[in-house]
Write a new protein. Structure first.
Length: 247
C-alpha cells in the first residue's frame, strides 16, 4: 500500500520531506540509538537538503547518531559535478556536525563492479549482516522519479531490474552510455520507510503511469518499489500530481 501526499509546490515538498527526515530520525534514534538513511540524487532533493542543513531542523537532528548512505551513485569521482555524494555534501553534510565516519558514500571512482562490491561490503559491515539472504533494513530511503520511470539507478530494461537477492548492482545504462551503482529493488523494499520526492509537470505523465497505469516494471522500474513491511510515501507537488485520478 502506498500513500500520496500532494504539496502545493516544490517549497512545501522540500519542507515536508525535511520534516519527515527529522521526525523519523528522532524516532529511530530514540528507539535504537541510530538512524540510517539513504539519500537520492538528482535535482529534486536539493532544497530539502538545504532546509535540513539550517535551523530549526538542523538543530533538531542528533547528527552524531545519523548514518548517511546513498540509493545510487554515478560512476564518477566524489568531486565530480554529477556526483550524488557531492550534491549532498555541499547542500547538507558539510553544514551539519555529522561525523565523517557516519557518511558511507558509494565509491563511484572505482571500476563499476568494484564499486558495487565495495558498497555491498560497507552495508554488510555496517548492518552486521552475516548471510547473503539477510538484507540491510534502512530506516528511510529517499527516491526520485525520472521522466522515463526510473528510480535510483534502476532504469527501464536494464539488468539491475532482474536482481532478486543482491543488495547493490553495477548497472550499465545504454541511453546514458554509462554505468551507475544502485541499490536493488529488494534492498529498497526492505526499508522501514521509502519516500519518493516528485515535482514538476514534466513528471505528471510518468507519475500517472506508475501509480495508476498497468503494472509494467521493466518499462516503469519505480513500480518495483513495494516495501515488504515498510511504508511507501509519495511526496509530490501539484504539478506532478496534475493528471492523477486518485488524489
Ligand atoms: C540520480 C537519482 C535519480 C533521480 C531521478 C530524478 O542519480 O539521478 O538518483 O534516480 O532521483 O533521476 O531526478 P530529478 O530529481 O533531477 O528529476
Amino acid at each position: 500500500m502506498h500513500r500520496v501526499m500532494v504539496c502545493a509546490d516544490q517549497e512545501e515538498l522540500a519542507a515536508r520531506g525535511a520534516e519527515h527526515f527529522a521526525a523519523l530520525a528522532a524516532k529511530a534514534i530514540e528507539g535504537k540509538g541510530l538512524f540510517r538513511v539513504a539519500l537520492s540524487g538528482g535535482g529534486t532533493p536539493k532544497l530539502m537538503y538545504c532546509l535540513l542543513s539550517a535551523p530549526p531542523l538542523a538543530k533538531r537532528v542528533d547528527w552524531a547518531s545519523v548514518h548517511v548512505f546513498w540509493g545510487d551513485e554515478r560512476c564518477v569521482p566524489p568531486t565530480h559535478p554529477e556526483s550524488n555524494y557531492r550534491l549532498a555534501q555541499e547542500t547538507l553534510l558539510e553544514r551539519v556536525p555529522i561525523p565523517q565516519d557516519n557518511v558511507h558514500r558509494i565509491r563511484g571512482e572505482l571500476d563499476p563492479q568494484a564499486a558495487a562490491s565495495d558498497y555491498a561490503q560497507t552495508l554488510r559491515k555496517h548492518f552486521g549482516l552475516r548471510e547473503a539472504q539477510e538484507t540491510p533494513q534502512f530506516d528511510l530511503i529517499f527516491l526520485g522519479l525520472g521522466a522515463d520511470g526510473h528510480t535510483a539507478s534502476l532504469f527501464p530494461n536494464t539488468d539491475a531490474l532482474k536482481e532478486t537477492s543482491g543488495w547493490v548492482a553495477a548497472n550499465y545504462v545504454e541511453k546514458l552510455k554509462n554505468w551507475r551503482i544502485t541499490l536493488t529493488a529488494p534492498a529498497i523494499n526492505a526499508a522501514a520507510q521509502v519516500t519518493f520526492l516528485v515535482a514538476g509537470e514534466g513528471k505528471a505523465k510518468t507519475l500517472k503511469a506508475v501509480l495508476e497505469g498497468s503494472r509494467q516494471p521493466r518499462l516503469y522500474p519505480s513500480q518495483l518499489i513495494e516495501p515488504a513491511q515498510g511504508d511507501l510515501l509519495w511526496l509530490v507537488d501539484e504539478k506532478a500530481a496534475s493528471l492523477l485520478e486518485s488524489r
